[in-house]
Design a protein around this ligand. Structure first.
Ligand code: AMP
Ligand code: MG
Length: 287
């Protein structure tokens, strides 16, 4: 699900009864927000870009609003309007090719011109440019983990681990003063390069190694610099964010990846958010 494999772990007998509902919730979220599905709410907003506003559910409306707030917070490093660019690159599809510089600059320009008009009262979203579109891929899994964590807590589940393709959310504390240890996957191979300890909450990782293709010896990965429209020039190879707010953690993992070591570290310090960064040289930075 959500373009990855997802797993849920509960620890108390009887709590497994909630797992089925969790997967139903995930599938509903995917049906609403996947940019790859033309019939999803995001798909319909994108299809109507430059033409008309689209009425969406309260949940989708609030998520788009939150995404735009985080765009401002990260000075545009996380930009949910990258949709036409991610569709053009189509990284991870299996038949990628490098787009022409003209195509890319046309879409970057449209993305810069575009505004997202939110009508709170009518719960509608309107993208003002035809060549701009929403892609919530950088925030969706963190958001989904928040929704599942809330559902499990409300159901009385005191301890659970949600893992949405490496976006981990520890629900409830481990107990007896113990912390959850989450391993961070090495960019190369199957092992981990370090672990982080959390009382509870999200540990969300972005890495270039997750999705990429190679053309003429050049690696093109899936995180785009909204300024250029090209995959970010690598200075960090893995970014993990720790926060009770999984939605924020997910967006920030992508944003810090784009910002790179210096600017990314400055942003995290300003926001007082914990993180583990792995540089290209293999240095581990803990904030
Ligand atoms: P993540 O794995 O959370 O870092 O999200 C990566 C996904 O977010 C990509 O596969 C794209 O769909 C989308 N994306 C790529 N670059 C950006 C960006 N600069 N801002 C927002 N979303 C992006
Ligand atoms: Mg992300």
């Amino acid at each position: 699900m959500m373009g990855t494999s997802c797993s849920l772990t509960v620890f108390r007998r009887g709590d497994e009864q909630y797992i089925g509902e969790c997967f139903d919730i995930l599938s509903q979220i995917e049906d609403r927000i996947s940019a790859k599905r033309s019939e999803s709410e995001i798909g319909r907003i994108n299809a109507a870009a430059g033409e008309h506003a689209v009425k969406v559910s309260r949940e989708t409306f609030l998520l788009v609003e939150r995404a735009l707030e985080i765009r401002d917070l990260t000075e545009g490093a996380f930009d949910p309007l990258v949709g036409r660019l991610t569709a053009l690159w189509n990284i991870g599809s299996g038949d990628e090719k490098v787009p022409s510089p003209e195509e890319i600059s046309l879409l970057v320009a449209a993305m810069k011109r575009a505004e997202v008009v939110l009508d709170e009262k009518n719960s509608t979203v309107f993208i003002t440019e035809r060549d701009a579109a929403l892609d919530l891929g950088a925030i969706g899994k963190g958001y989904a983990s928040d929704v599942l964590a809330a559902y499990l807590s409300e159901s009385g589940v005191r301890k659970a681990i949600i893992n949405l393709g490496g976006n981990v959310y520890a629900v409830g504390s481990k107990g007896r003063g113990k912390l959850w240890n989450v391993g961070l996957r090495s960019p190369e191979g199957d092992g981990i390069f370090t672990t982080v300890s959390v009382e509870e909450g999200a540990v969300v990782t972005s890495g270039a190694y997750e999705r990429y293709f190679i053309s003429d010896g050049v690696m093109y990965h899936h995180i785009l610099d909204p300024e250029s429209g090209y995959p970010v020039d690598l200075d960090l190879v893995s970014v993990s964010i720790l926060s009770r707010d999984g939605t924020l953690a997910d967006a920030l993992s992508t944003a810090v990846f784009v910002l790179g070591r210096e600017r990314g570290t400055a942003l995290l310090k300003r926001l007082d958010v914990r993180a583990v960064l792995l540089t290209k040289e293999g240095e581990i930075i803990r904030l």
